[in-house]
Design a protein around this ligand. Structure first.
Ligand SMILES: [Cu+2]
Length: 284
């Protein structure tokens, strides 16, 4: 009788695992990314920190998942006619102490690790705006995320925002390589989200608020800029581009664009004057 029970259990376990694997591979077939399940190429100075956090979260999750599966499987095979399961409500003092201790250990190791590393990352790089504003090379850009486009504004030759020689672009944001780029992000309508997957940077654009973010690209090329908040019927149109140029190419483009902007300036075109005077104190 015992052998029969065990054989049946093992049979159904194999069936369940087979179904799980089959459904998993069916899902894997429709992944659209050519690169498979790997991350988008990281072309940023601090993106490795984000990747490390995702990796360590995955490792902790897999370890805890494996422990729980093993626990359930052993209980399932072990408890039969010979080793009957004991049922209780888990409310004895002993059980509560065991549960609390286990939870505290997992919380301290897993969440403590993630929390501490996140704080260090924010302090050293991601929210370290002091370092960025002190750097003379830093390029400042105002980005207006709106239904349904990305408007970008550069100060132009005079270095001042909201003046006639401001350079503006639509849906393509040119930046120089190996240079800190400081963006102040705004929205005049609904919440959008400025997402640069290759730079591991994502920031919400919230009406009435100026949200700062910064990044530094390490390679030239064209990279996706996406809106990561569903912001209305034409949300999909907010597929923009970050164009990372060599420093020389950027300087040449910037100079010419500022001359063109001054020529094309129209005082009465109020729709084009969405810029604001730069606020260096914006911070987290
Ligand atoms: Cu949007």
């Amino acid at each position: 009788m015992r052998m029969m029970g065990l054989t049946r259990k093992l049979f159904w376990t194999v069936v369940a695992l087979g179904l799980a694997l089959a459904s998993g591979s069916a899902l894997a077939e429709v992944q659209p990314e050519a690169g498979g399940i790997d991350y988008p190429k990281d072309i940023s100075t601090w993106g490795y920190r984000i990747d490390w956090l995702i990796d360590i979260t995955m490792i902790f999750t897999v370890i805890l998942f494996a422990i729980m599966c093993a626990w359930m499987f052993i209980s399932y095979v072990w408890h039969d006619e010979r080793n009957e399961a004991e049922y209780d409500h888990g409310d004895s003092k002993h059980h509560i102490m065991v549960a609390l201790t286990l939870s505290a250990v997992i919380f301290l190791i897993v969440d403590g690790n993630l929390w501490w590393n996140s704080v260090v990352d924010l302090d050293e790089e991601i929210w370290n705006f002091g370092k960025v504003t002190a750097n003379e090379d830093t390029v400042r850009i105002e980005v207006n995320a709106r239904q349904w486009a990305w408007q970008a504004r550069y100060a132009g030759a005079d270095g001042e925002f909201a003046t006639p020689d401001d350079v503006t672009t639509l849906n393509t944001i040119p930046v120089p390589v190996d240079t800190p780029i400081l963006v102040h992000l705004a929205s005049p309508d609904v919440i959008h989200s400025f997402y640069l997957p290759n730079l591991r940077q994502k920031m919400d654009a919230v009406p009435g608020v100026l949200n700062p973010l910064w990044f530094q690209a390490t390679e030239t090329g064209d990279y996706d800029l996406a809106c990561a908040q569903h912001c209305g019927t034409h949300h999909y149109k907010m597929k923009g581009m970050l164009r990372v140029l060599s420093r020389d190419d950027y300087a040449a483009w910037s100079k010419q664009a500022s001359v063109n902007a001054l020529r094309a300036y129209d005082e009465n075109d109020t729709g084009a004057h969405w810029g604001w005077p730069w606020r260096e104190d914006v911070n987290w």
